[in-house]
Ligand binder design. Structure first.
Ligand SMILES: Cc1cc2nc3c(=O)[nH]c(=O)nc-3n(C[C@H](O)[C@H](O)[C@H](O)COP(=O)(O)O)c2cc1C
Length: 309
């Protein structure tokens, strides 16, 4: 039996072309079912095709790559969706979950959770112009979760191919645990596939989410930064990698970012962000010592050597 789809969640500031490329490359072919770009904020005008092509980058063979759009103007979003499909996106994903105050204030992201008709219009009109699947990534509500079933039904009726539900409300903080019973409710309210999201960080939690909620797949955000091989570990039960392998991964990440034009400061910032995430999960146990480092790889090498003594 094929395993449920395990995908990389979109994360602004993280899931750029380099990161997505490396995640797909370091896991066995096909073990990352989908990746999605960071959100594209669509407001005054449709996003230029060239920008969407650059954002997408090269698409890997065995993983579906989607472009995520965020906005609230149906016409402008739909034209951007058309261009995103033309750019080569394997699917169009809509962000109906971003809780950032400036996004919410401008009526985008999670603000649309209170406007299910608008969500439905965006999905329906997009489906009419693109020939790739359309997904809706939602949080479970703004301040309460009582509309989950109605919202999911409206999204399904509008023709969406997939719902990804994050088990937090707009008002929840990332440190609040995701409530997976909300994922179960979404699963039970529609016939299209529902993927669960929120706090799946290793094999045990991925399996628990699948068993408890009945969702058709799991989308992993921060867990993939903690451990880039999380997909492989789930799909082929491979062992947790060693700190040396994590270090090699960081080298590849830095090389890829540099090749794609990132400045040394940008590269250092992203390396520290990754090391910070890998540290608490015990993958690079001494990562906290790197956070103030100016010579990241030389310090990492010394720490690795000390750790082995
Ligand atoms: C740094 C960061 C950036 C994010 N950016 C996006 C984004 O661009 N689009 C989106 O739909 N969700 C975004 N999210 C939310 C994640 O996709 C995901 O829903 C959330 O992190 C919960 O999943 P997790 O517990 O597996 O991390 C972001 C989350 C984080 C931590």
């Amino acid at each position: 039996m094929t395993k449920p789809a395990i995908s990389l969640a979109p994360m602004e500031g993280i899931t750029d072309r380099s990161f997505r490329h490396l995640i797909v490359e370091c896991n066995a072919p096909g073990s990352v079912a989908m990746t999605t770009t960071e959100f594209v904020r669509v407001s005054q005008l449709p996003t230029p095709l060239i920008q969407l092509q650059q954002l997408l980058g090269d698409k890997p063979a065995h993983t579906k790559t989607g472009i995520q759009l965020m906005g609230n103007d149906v016409e402008i979003l739909v034209e951007t969706a058309r261009r995103a499909a033309e750019a080569g996106a394997d699917f169009i994903d809509y962000n109906f979950g971003c809780p950032a105050p400036r996004v919410f204030k401008h009526g985008a992201g999670s603000a649309l959770l209170a406007k299910p008709n608008l969500i439905a219009d965006i999905v329906r009109h997009s489906k009419a112009v693109v020939n790739v699947p359309v997904s809706a990534k939602i949080r479970s509500g703004v301040e309460h979760d009582s509309n989950i079933e109605d919202l999911c039904k409206q999204i399904e009726d509008a023709g969406a191919d997939l719902i990804i539900i994050h088990g937090r409300l707009k008002t929840d903080r990332y440190t609040d645990p995701a409530d997976w019973s909300r994922i179960t409710r979404a699963v039970n309210s529609v016939n299209i596939p529902v993927h669960g999201n929120g706090d799946a960080v290793d094999n045990a939690t991925i399996n628990k989410m699948l068993d408890e909620t009945g969702c058709a797949g799991v989308m992993i955000g921060r867990g993939a930064l903690n451990n880039p091989w999380i997909f492989d570990e789930y799909n082929s039960n491979s062992q947790r990698r060693t700190p040396r392998q994590f270090s090699d991964w960081l080298h590849h990440y830095a090389d890829l970012m540099a090749v794609r034009g990132a400045t040394p400061t940008q590269v250092l910032g992203k390396l520290k962000q990754a090391a910070k995430a890998m540290g608490p999960a015990g993958n690079i146990p001494f990562a906290h010592s790197l956070l103030r480092s100016n010579d990241f790889f030389s310090d990492l090498e010394n720490l690795l050597a000390e750790d082995l003594v």
